[in-house]
Design a protein around this ligand. Structure first.
Ligand code: NAI
Length: 302
């Protein structure tokens, strides 16, 4: 199979970046999100995402000449256009029930031979395909991109026992040769490889910072460069990833990891983080995150 036209559903941090990177290869891509309640333009979320991709600082996530290849739309009016797409990437919120409902809608419209993949960070493929049609299971994969999708080389791919080998080969080949990713095949385990390791050390660092009463700068000086994340550190990484994603990741991992797993033993919730999410301090995509609040004196890691 050949990927000539793609769709990305979910125009948030990851979906918009994945759509931009697909467009950078010259492949037309449909970018869909929900209809924002009260918005005059029913496709405002996807259109706003395309504008942000071009303005991203220090470098745009998409070459301006490729912007015409991204067609923004919404899931109520434009879902029918999925019937023309060879590869459909799902990048909506990390919630298995919402993803399952969307897959049922997608499956009714997509053409035979198309492939659907999820950008889930943590949810096992077997859980995502539960209750879906046999055709869907044959055409489904996990393609876990890293943030930002244009620049991070790693891509984890998970195939299920039913996944067609030609679908797996086509997507892996496209991600490798066209998107320039280093593709790693993972087993179908919670958090796959990178997040199974990553969330454990993020949680260790957050616990230590709170227990020791460190500022975010102090914490990141200790656990940034030494842990191999020199640019952002752990708190900066959470600002980049989206602080609201963290409870979803924790919920998904706590539901699927085996008893006695190190992450289960380390996991703790911090009221300041829950307050930040409730107040819109979700990181770079929101009003700012740990670094902004810290400057404003509002979120000492204590
Ligand atoms: P986000 O919160 O930035 O974007 C999610 C988008 O989904 C929003 O635009 C929202 O309007 C839309 N949405 C919400 N409910 C929906 C529904 N029922 N149907 C369709 N769209 C809906 O989230 P983000 O960070 O882009 O994450 C998307 C997926 O990618 C998640 O599965 C997450 O675990 C995964 N991921 C996130 C990474 C990150 O660094 N943020 C890295 C790798 C994977």
């Amino acid at each position: 199979m050949e990927i000539k036209r793609a769709a990305v559903i979910g125009a948030g941090v990851m979906g918009s970046g994945i759509a931009a990177h697909i467009a950078n290869t010259g492949v037309p891509v449909l970018l869909l999100d929900i209809v924002k309640p009260g918005a005059a333009d029913r496709s405002a979320l996807a259109k706003g995402a395309v504008e942000r991709l071009l303005k991203a600082d220090p470098a745009p996530f998409m070459h301006p000449k490729n912007a015409r290849l991204v067609t923004p739309g919404n899931l109520d009016d434009d879902l029918g256009a999925l019937s023309e797409c060879d590869w459909i990437v799902e990048a909506i919120v990390e919630d298995p029930k919402l993803k399952a409902d969307l897959y049922t809608r997608i499956d009714a419209l997509r053409k035979d031979g198309s492939v659907v993949s999820s950008n889930t960070s943590t949810i096992p493929l077997a859980m995502l395909t539960q209750g879906q049609s046999e055709r869907f299971k044959r055409d489904f994969l996990v393609t876990h991109f890293f943030n930002p999708p244009r620049y991070m080389r790693l891509l984890e791919i998970v195939a299920g026992p039913e996944t067609r080998s030609d679908a797996l080969a086509a997507v892996a080949d496209f991600c490798d040769r066209r998107l320039g990713k280093g593709v790693v095949r993972c087993k179908d385990t919670p958090g796959f490889i990178a997040n199974r390791i990553g969330v454990t050390w993020i949680q260790s660092a957050v616990n230590a910072a709170f227990d020791l009463g460190l500022t975010v700068e102090e914490a990141d000086a200790v656990v940034g460069r030494p842990m191999g994340i020199p640019k952002t550190g752990v708190f900066g990484l959470m600002d980049l990833v989206g602080i609201d994603l963290m409870p979803h990741i924790a919920k998904s991992l706590l539901a699927t990891l085996p008893e006695g797993d190190l992450y289960r033993r380390l996991h703790r919730e911090f009221p300041v983080i829950q307050r930040m999410i409730a107040d819109g301090y979700t990181g770079r995509k929101g009003k700012g995150g740990f670094y902004r609040l810290n400057r404003e004196g509002g979120a000492k890691v204590k």
